[in-house]
Design a protein around this ligand. Structure first.
Ligand SMILES: Nc1ncnc2c1ncn2[C@@H]1O[C@H](COP(=O)(O)OP(=O)(O)OP(=O)(O)O)[C@@H](O)[C@H]1O
Ligand SMILES: [Mg+2]
Length: 250
């Protein structure tokens, strides 16, 4: 069974349709990368999946549970927090809480969520996650004391702390200096090797090709092409995909 089923998702802003009927499935443990030119709707799609935006139409199903049905919309006053927990989100700009240390950033949501009442256990889990991100010596540093690459790795640990079904990244390295990009791509690659289910919006085409099971090329609010990296990147069938990729190779 697919872990995620997205069917005919549509989203308008100010009467302009930005997502024009997006449908795809993904399997548990897979890495899906979404590529496409600026303005094609990649961020809007991720924000709809995380319910940071409400789609106008379509359905979102996770593990067989219908989380969103455009025919019904969200019920008035409905608490979206629980639905959001299915998705973790890592943003381009890290979005850490500046007043909290690395460890506090990671454990804040699990503490508030209160699933695990044992604060020591929550702290222990947070330390384990930061250790996996190569940050065991940075637990008590504040965001301003960390490099961009370190901050982004804290943000990844924070997203993992709530054990989402699907971890989403929106251009996780594009705010980083080139020499810091590698350390973030390395931890994402490790997550992929460990079969973390991930959707990665990225302009790092070479990385997407290496790390992904599946690639979606978005163009003008639709999925113009979808397939394995060998299909979409090495042998694109669609003229728009070819044009887009030639800008990277040329
Ligand atoms: N809140 C909003 N209100 C109005 N228009 C919006 C809003 N958010 C996005 N848009 C528009 O939707 C279109 C798609 O934007 P989106 O951010 O999803 O593109 P993208 O593929 O992520 O681009 P990029 O590669 O530059 O990040 C753009 O034309 C953008 O201006
Ligand atoms: Mg974007």
């Amino acid at each position: 069974m697919a872990i995620l089923e997205v069917n005919n998702l549509r989203k308008k802003f100010d009467n302009t349709e930005i997502l024009k009927g997006i449908s795809f499935n993904m399997e548990k443990g897979q890495t899906l990368s979404i590529i496409g030119s600026s303005g094609s709707g990649k961020t809007t799609l991720l924000r709809c999946l995380n319910f940071l935006e409400t789609p106008d139409a379509g359905t979102i199903t996770v593990n067989g549970n219908l989380l969103f049905d455009g025919a019904v919309g969200h019920k008035k006053g409905e608490d979206l927090r629980e639905k959001r927990l299915h998705f973790g989100m890592v943003f381009q700009q890290f979005n850490l809480f500046p007043q909290y240390t690395a460890l506090e950033n990671v454990i804040l949501a699990p503490k508030l969520e209160g699933k695990d009442k044992d604060i020591e256990q929550i702290r222990e889990n947070g330390k384990i996650l930061l250790d996996k991100m190569g940050l065991s010596d940075r637990l008590n540093n504040y965001p301003h004391q960390l490099s961009g690459g370190q901050q982004q790795r804290v943000a990844i640990a924070r997203a993992l702390a709530l054990q989402p079904d699907i971890l989403c990244f929106d251009e996780p390295t594009s705010a980083l200096d080139p020499e810091l990009t590698g350390e973030v791509l390395k931890v994402i690659r490790e997550l992929a090797d460990n079969h973390t289910t991930m959707i990665i919006v990225t302009h790092e085409i070479g990385f997407a090709k290496d790390v992904s099971d599946e690639i979606i090329f978005m163009d003008g609010g639709v999925i113009a092409e979808q397939g394995t990296p060998a299909q979409v990147i090495d042998n694109p069938a669609n003229e728009r995909t070819r044009q887009f990729l030639s800008n990277y190779n040329g």
